[in-house]
Design a protein around this ligand. Sequence first.
Ligand code: HEC
Length: 120
Amino acid sequence: MKKALWPLLLLAAVGFDARGAKPPKRSPELLAQGKRAYAIWCVACHGETGAGDGSAARNLDPRPRKFSTDKFKQGSSVNQIFATLGKGVPGSAMGPFNNLSDDERWALAWYVLELKAGRK
Ligand code: HEC
């Protein structure tokens, strides 16, 4: 019984590593899912348009920056944003979002790119 768990653990460990992960294709459905998740998990700090002006942002140091104009320290490809959501931003209030499924994190990563491009 116990032995049967090892392959599962291994799969979980591999799944956790985003480097080799392939993003699902950007689609209206995925963006809608990302928008919904953003309103729940991100808006308090990042603000509705990603301007870094959420209700909880004022007291943060560093403050969340503006997605549309400021540099993403950990990279702004969809894979890199997906990875950021898995590990958070060390030294900031932004923690890891491992409570979310991979699907949800991909949806969020694509949605962040919408905000970065000034679309919402
Ligand atoms: C508790 C507040 C908080 C929440 C909630 C939060 N963030 Fe952040 N986030 C921050 C802060 C603060 C930074 C800026 C960190 C820095 O500049 O060092 C940041 C940075 C980022 C960055 C830029 C990372 C980089 O490479 O510079 C992205 C992308 C991001 N957040 C996405 C999200 C998404 C998507 C969510 C929701 C799932 C979320 N954040 C939830 C506070 C938060």
